[in-house]
Design a protein around this ligand. Structure first.
Ligand SMILES: *Cc1c(COP(=O)(O)O)cnc(C)c1O
Length: 375
């Protein structure tokens, strides 16, 4: 018999599929929609999520490191797999062995891949990362020509694509992305004269708020998992079909207790009851991704009603106030993220209470708990 945890992540494959189709529609026919499945698919499970996207027509996948790419390829994914963070020179062979596409931004990467290509008598397709205003990884636009010329010295390297990344595409009214896109377009026009390059820059914000930036391919992350990059505001602004959150997080009541007025609750007594109070103890804590910053701030759903977290969240436990909820018993289902009855706690709501973004909430919950998948 397999023993499962009290805490369960449920992922809806139907929601993932819905979101992929919606993104494909928004990006336009003929535009490739790369599924970003880094960070274990933002907590949804890399192999499982990739399989759902593949069955929905996805042929391009993105991860951060080569180790993830090897794991994804070994799970049976047959499309293109891109590694976005670079690699150590001694790992170059893995790109050939597993047919993975490297993103390169310095000549050391290029040289290492070229040596490996010569040794194997093979060629490798690479994509070039240009920093047009992210202030992070990449070549500066003015360095691209010299870099491409230098790459000619390296046999076996085929430049197949060029990309950049938006730092502010979640700000739908900002001119920043528009300006950055024209810088990118300038680089591409120049560099692409002889080469036929796959151009990509748009993340979720790009596709949703700046659709003219979709180019040949887009790289969608958070939207595929059902969230808008600018959180609740994005969902509220949406006039068409909405993205559907794919993840929910449930646990159960461990113990129900009634304590008198003046009882200090949990480590440090950061909450003291003002009157006789009914509490439910839950087997979930910061080890399970329920951030300690939600102490005395977060809420959960029990019997379709909201129960406030009282006192500090512990490593494996937290305490909620059920004084206003009738009939709660140990074993009752508790929803931390998702729907119960007529109410719903969204990743955006939790993120706001943590002063963070849905991305982090999904990673914290999804990557620290058992996951199950359903249609
Ligand atoms: C994570 C990532 C994306 C996806 O961003 P979302 O905002 O989640 O859509 C796209 N491109 C790169 C390079 C990334 O690292």
């Amino acid at each position: 018999m397999s023993v499962t945890s009290f805490n369960q992540i449920r992922v809806s494959s139907a929601a993932l599929r819905h979101n992929y189709r919606l993104l494909q529609q928004r990006a336009g026919n003929g535009v490739r929609v790369l599924a970003m499945v880094k960070a274990d698919a933002y907590g949804h499970g890399m192999e499982e999520a990739a399989r759902v996207f593949a069955s929905t027509g996805c042929n391009d996948f993105g991860v951060a490191e080569i180790g993830e790419a090897v794991r994804l390829r070994s799970s049976g994914i047959i499309g293109n797999i891109f590694v976005f963070l670079g690699f150590r020179p001694e790992e170059s062979g893995l790109f050939f062995e597993y047919d993975i596409t490297p993103i390169i931004y310095d000549l050391e990467n290029g040289a290492a891949l070229s040596r490996e290509a010569l040794r194997r008598g093979q060629e490798i397709v690479v994509h070039l990362k240009v920093d047009c205003g992210m202030g992070r990884l990449g070549l500066l636009p003015e360095e691209v020509d010299a870099f491409l010329a230098a790459l000619q010295q390296f046999p076996g390297i085929v430049v197949g694509g060029i990309l950049s990344h938006f730092p502010m595409a979640d700000e739908h009214e900002s001119q920043h992305s528009v300006e950055q896109f024209s810088r990118f377009a300038g680089v591409v026009t120049k560099a692409g004269k002889e080469l036929s390059l796959v151009r990509h820059i748009a993340n979720s914000g790009g596709v949703l708020y700046f659709p003219h930036t979709c180019c040949d391919m887009v790289r969608a992350g958070i939207s595929l998992y059902g969230y808008y990059p600018d959180g609740r505001a994005g969902r509220e602004r949406e006039k068409g079909e909405k993205l559907q959150p794919a993840m929910s997080f449930v646990t159960r009541v461990l113990q129900v207790r009634t304590v008198p007025a003046g009882t200090g609750i949990s480590y440090g007594y950061t909450y003291t009851t003002e009157r006789e109070t009914r509490l439910a103890v839950l087997p979930v804590g910061y080890e399970d991704g329920l951030s300690r910053s939600l102490s005395n701030r977060g809420e959960v759903l029990i019997r379709g009603k909201r129960a406030a977290i009282r006192g500090r969240i512990c490593m494996n436990l937290c305490i909620v106030d059920i004084s206003e909820i009738e009939g709660v018993q140990s074993g009752d289902e508790v929803v931390i993220l998702g729907h119960q009855g007529d109410d719903c706690i969204s990743g955006d709501e939790i993120a706001e209470r943590m002063n963070s973004i849905s991305y982090e909430v999904l990673c914290l919950f999804g990557n620290n708990n058992e996951r199950t998948y359903k249609e």
